[in-house]
Design a binder for this molecule. Sequence first.
Ligand code: AMP
Length: 425
Amino acid sequence: MTEKLSAPRGTRDLYGEEMARFEAIETLARAAFSSMGYQQIRTPIFESRSLFERSVGDETDIVKKELYVFRDRKDRELALRPEGTAGVVRAYIERNMGAAGGVTKLWYSGPMFRYERPQGGRYRQFYQLGCELFGAKSAMADVEVAGLAIKILATLKINARLKINFIGCEACRRAYAESIRAFFAAKKEKLCPDCIVRLERNPLRVLDCKVETCRAERAGAPAIALCETCSAQYAEIRQGLSEMKIEYVEDASMVRGLDYYTGFVFEAVSENLGAQDAVLGGGRYDGLVAQMGGPPTPAVGFAIGMDRLASLVAADIRVVGPFLLVIGLGAQNQWGAMDLARRLRAASVVGGTGSVECALSEKSLKAQLKDADRRGFPFVAILGDGERERGVVTIRDMKSGEQKEIATGVADDELAAGVRRSLLA
Ligand code: AMP
């Protein structure tokens, strides 16, 4: 017996309804990014392994436990990207994008890979869309980026709460690392082996360990104490958020699971999701570009988890759906039907929001209407012998069953206008 085929654990095929939701999300997000001057970038889905170790951080779960690593035929050590920022920062530096000065705004969308334990809303291949804003240091940039994230959720009619925190400058974080070390010192042996090492090397990472006992032990951990400059910056961001009417809640325990963040960080969580309730995460990372060998460059960005978002959007969010099916009756009307569909598309009969398709079938009218119904077409156009002889096509409203004839021997625009009028009638 041959082995049954299946997609690798933690991956899935996107098609049908879920794919339509992904498409809708991407279309609406693309419009939001473009309206704010962001340009799309596509970076490779694999990069050198060291890129992720140096940016995401070698003590993070993402790099330590979840990276998909492989060697190519020339023995180069590569990794599938676990997130989007590292590749975009690499591209920004490599292409010298900051040379002209000013801000650089980029957005991306694509698959990410993490070797995590799959569960509802958590996959090994998942999809993120996100953006990075380089070259702006002010609180306005933080507010603009968080506002853009929230705007995308609002456009999709998603109810989510914005959680914010400020993880301070290097001096604040160094002092915070010490207070975290002191907090866990007495209960070190209750932490997982990784966290015992983290406590020495990178104590903040203990705060986002996924191991249950570590989660329990961090209850009551101290919040970060910010220096005067950081406090003032955080206050300005909060005021800016209020100014822009962006609601938020503060969460002093949120540190985010990546090493590169400095200062403002945020997440959006939805009550309509289960344990995996975060739909997006982001923040400022002013040190990363320089740390990776580029010029010192302030930066802020976010990533939205499309898989979780897709499970939240309403089923009717899809932007392109079946609209008009052109049916030719009998072999002698097939090419006529195909030509009619072509003419209607050329004259943009539905302006890009629905499909105009030729049925590509010689079945009986009854069978074809049944197919049209099953595939969700609200309208069909029927071309039979009678119609052809009279120089018309019959437009049928699938819901009411009402039918109207439209003349076909006219210019394409006029034909499309006639069809549109018949749909409105
Ligand atoms: P992060 O890069 O960890 O901040 O993640 C940003 C967003 O990506 C999260 O808020 C999730 O919505 C999504 N995400 C992260 N990991 C996964 C995963 N394994 N499966 C599905 N979505 C994920």
